[in-house]
Design a protein. Structure first.
Length: 474
């Protein structure tokens, strides 16, 4: 079979006018494209499931699903595929509607062959540029990352080098750094880069539970050891046997429990609470804290001997404000995490705003801001105005929305239905009435909001005003 020339690009023509669609397909063939024809949006979507096309050329006005609806479906299924709309109504209104829906461009019927060629080439060049940018970003990230760790600063490169050296040893590691700097990410990278990668990685937050419960969680307990202990239970040391136990916020562990942990590190044996038999364990300890343990030792809050046992290999993660060169890579990573289709991008001014922010909450705060921007952005480019910081005095985030609605519930004793309605209203207010953004925050499809609006329209008590719609619970 003759191999297809790599220079020929595949275009899917969508038009309910079969004669017009076939004529357009033939014209595209003459212009050097491999073109196929579908007589409806549904047929086009079926074709796109089984074959890859570089571009879609669709009529705007079609029965059933029109060109705008087709764009909506494609943005969810194949966001990288550009769509050009054909319209016999070559008006500004048609163009604006098409571009808002996500079309790359539009052409008016009847169109000139050279005009059509120029529009198609611009769309294909745009896609090629986007593909190349993604490839370059991934290449840069591969060179500036280790596992889920991301950063190109000198200190991050030093951390990568250290992790590669110590990953396969069994020496204890103590990770220090402010909250949100990614201490658990470092711990996981150490584990999954080393010889224990196929064994368990077991994390526990030492602040999250009282001392008695933490001891039972770590070492297990025998049957009848305390009220409610109806059966023996293995602890996290046994669960992590052969692998890594990550002790997060070790600085908050009580002195009594610190002594028991020290004994385990010395003897490699545990004794379940209420038990008489010891159990041998082979566990690597990686601990982390945001506290100054030297100061805690001087205050008498942390054992010096335990510190020496844990601090065999120290790793300090500087705050994000001290390594601003890591912010662009982290921002891109969070963009892809919360928008896997990669169609969103940060404008230069938005990126500059991120770089200039001190980030008291470090990478965790940066991720929160990126996720919020994705929920509020109108279009595919995140602008500086979409980057809402706590100092901006902008629209409330999700937490304050929750608090506002909760206060309404407590003060007015709203029903669950009314509470849901109010929550939707508050989200719409925060997103300036943008249903796409509101739908992302609420975790529903945008069409759900439109359908509910239509269902409740006849029930309105007063003439509906723009921006003041009421919705049922979502």
């Amino acid at each position: 079979m003759k191999r297809e020339q790599p220079s020929r690009r595949r275009v899917l023509v969508v038009d309910d006018d079969v004669a017009m669609g076939e004529m357009t397909r033939e014209l595209l063939g003459e212009l050097g494209y491999d073109a196929e024809f579908a007589a409806s949006a549904a047929s086009a979507l079926d074709r796109l499931q089984t074959k890859e096309f570089d571009l879609v050329l669709s009529d705007l006005q079609m029965p059933g699903q029109d060109g705008i609806a087709l764009i909506g479906e494609l943005r969810e299924r194949q966001p990288d595929t550009p769509v050009i709309l054909m319209t016999a109504f070559g008006t500004v209104r048609s163009a604006v509607e098409a571009m808002r829906a996500g079309a790359f461009d539009y052409v008016a019927k009847p169109f000139d062959a050279e005009v059509l060629r120029a529009v198609l080439e611009r769309a294909l060049e745009h896609r090629a540029l986007e593909d190349e940018n993604r490839r370059l970003r991934r290449a840069v990230e591969r060179e500036s990352s280790l596992g889920n760790l991301v950063g190109r600063s000198a200190v991050m490169n030093d951390i990568y080098a250290l992790i590669r050296k110590i990953a396969s040893t069994r020496s204890s590691v103590l990770i220090t750094g402010e909250s949100g700097t990614g201490k658990e990410v470092v711990a996981r990278t150490i584990h999954f880069t080393g010889a224990r990668a196929h064994e368990p990685f077991v994390p526990i937050n030492c602040t999250a539970m009282p001392e008695g419960l933490l001891e039972s969680e770590l070492f297990g307990h025998a049957r009848g050891a305390f009220t409610g202990a109806h059966a023996a239970k293995k602890g996290l040391f046994e669960a992590a046997n052969g692998g890594t136990l990550f002790l997060d916020e070790i600085g908050d562990m009580s002195l009594a429990l610190q002594g028991k942990l020290l004994r385990v590190l010395q003897d490699q044996e545990i004794r379940p609470v209420g038990g008489n038999q010891t159990v041998h364990v082979d566990v690597r300890i990686v601990a982390a804290t945001n506290k100054d343990l030297d100061l805690e030792i001087r205050k008498g809050n942390f054992r010096l001997d335990l510190f020496y046992r844990l601090n065999v290999i120290p790793i300090h993660i500087p705050p994000l404000r001290e390594r601003p060169e890591d912010i662009p890579l982290l921002a891109e990573r969070f963009l892809r995490k919360h928008a896997p289709n990669e169609r969103y991008r940060l404008s230069d001014k938005a990126m500059r705003k991120l770089i200039d922010t001190p980030w008291e909450g470090n990478a965790r705060e940066l991720e929160n801001v990126i996720e919020r921007a994705l929920a509020l952005v109108d279009g595919e480019e995140i602008r500086a105005a979409d980057i809402l910081l706590s100092t901006d005095g902008g629209p409330a985030g999700a937490g304050s929305l929750d608090e506002t609605v909760l206060q309404l519930a407590l003060q007015r004793r709203l029903s669950l239905q009314e509470l849901s309605d109010r929550y939707v209203e508050k989200v719409l207010e925060a997103t300036h009435g943008q249903k796409s953004a509101a739908a992302r925050i609420l975790g529903v499809n945008r069409r759900t909001l439109y359908r509910r609006e239509e269902r409740h329209r006849p029930q309105a008590q007063q003439p509906r005003q723009r921006g003041s719609e009421r919705y049922s619970a979502v």
